[in-house]
Design a protein around this ligand. Structure first.
Ligand code: AHG
Ligand code: MN
Ligand code: MN
Length: 337
């Protein structure tokens, strides 16, 4: 068996190198513990009473699954008392989640999508958790407001996701490359199994919900039509398609073996600005993909440069191997020139 260092040792090494503060280290350890707790519940499935509907709706007007609520509660309870957070924000909560008055506030803001890929929970397909860490611009004696969270993705201090698949992996960036850790279920520890993950620059694979083809804009229709022509078309390559419908799982595949992931603007989601949420889906994934050498855009601009207007804002997302992302972007430019 290969030897891997633990997440704890990795974080202490990062602290010694001056890349991580002690409080950020604590935050990331607490996140890892939350992920292990969510993974335990996910793996028990029906035995833990974790499947099915919660019978409630979130701020997005989406029906919540039991696991959306369980994962949200785990993340809040693990992080609210540590003293390193000013406040939290979640896909499942309409407003900023304040730190209880019994705890002290700290230097960071934490945002998360507690359970990504909710439509896959009850069919036992890979799901995940996504998170983003920002600096808390507010004085510690003041409650952070929504405005304090509205920072562009390029200012993220850390970002990551967990994927609950055949194994549980935690994929993390602190702004100095992307690192993957695998949960050892027997010890509960995370081991540094995937140092410096990089997105291959080219790959003949794409991920998009193709049932929306009639709703897409012309540049996306053109790009996908060219891929589908395969070896005989302008790309001269037989592209393969995969769509899991858990962003975490689809992006993890792109991060691992290259390709492109798209949830573009379309007529179905135009009024909302897109399908995926900027602050806790698009921004953390864009930071990870850029840190791994890939690119992430709305089709019209870099995701990490968007100045957010709302906590639950939605945006188009196109990310992955740089060459493919640049091609889709150029098709959008052609349309607008
Ligand atoms: P969530 O479960 O957090 O609401 O996110 C679901 C998102 C994302 O994970 C996935 O890429 C997309 O919705 C799937 O959308 P379709 O059902 O339209 O394919
Ligand atoms: Mn999601
Ligand atoms: Mn979710």
């Amino acid at each position: 068996m290969p030897q891997h260092i633990s997440l704890t040792q990795f974080l202490i090494d990062e602290q010694r190198a001056g890349r991580v503060s002690a409080d950020l280290g604590l935050l990331l350890q607490a996140l890892a513990q939350s992920v292990a707790a969510i993974a335990a519940t996910v793996s028990k499935g029906a035995l833990a009473g974790a499947l099915g509907e919660a019978g409630t709706e979130n701020v997005q007007g989406e029906a919540q699954k039991k696991l959306d609520v369980i994962a949200n509660d785990i993340l809040i309870q693990a992080n609210e008392w540590g003293g390193y957070l000013g406040a939290m924000a979640s896909e499942e909560l309409e407003f900023v989640c304040q730190i209880p008055s019994s705890a002290t506030r700290g230097d960071y803001l934490l945002l998360f999508d507690p359970l990504d890929g909710s439509s896959n929970i009850d069919v036992n397909v890979t799901i995940g958790t996504i998170f983003s860490v920002l600096r808390n611009p507010q004085a510690k004696d003041k409650e952070p407001t929504e405005a304090d969270f509205l920072q562009p993705g390029r200012d993220q201090i850390a970002a990551g996701y967990a994927t609950y698949g055949p194994s549980t992996q935690l994929v993390l960036t602190l702004g100095d490359g992307v690192h993957g850790f695998t949960l050892d279920r027997e010890t509960g520890g995370f081991l540094h199994t995937h140092p410096f993950m990089t997105v291959p620059t080219e790959a003949c694979e794409y991920a998009i919900n193709a049932s929306n083809v009639r709703h897409w804009e012309a540049p996306v229709q053109r790009y996908i039509a060219e891929l589908q022509q395969g070896r005989d078309g302008p790309r001269g390559c037989d592209f393969n398609m995969r769509w899991i419908a858990s962003m975490v799982a689809d992006v993890h595949r792109v991060l691992t073996r290259g390709g492109i992931f798209m949830y573009p603007l379309d007529e179905k989601c135009r009024a909302k600005g897109g399908k995926l949420r900027l602050m806790y889906e698009a921004n953390p994934m864009a930071m990870l993909i850029e840190q791994a050498g890939g690119a992430a855009t709305t089709g019209r601009g870099r995701i990490l440069d968007i100045i957010p207007e709302r906590l639950h804002q939605r945006v188009p997302v196109i990310l992955g191997s740089r060459i493919e992302v640049e091609r889709v972007t150029s098709y959008h430019l052609d349309l607008e020139s």
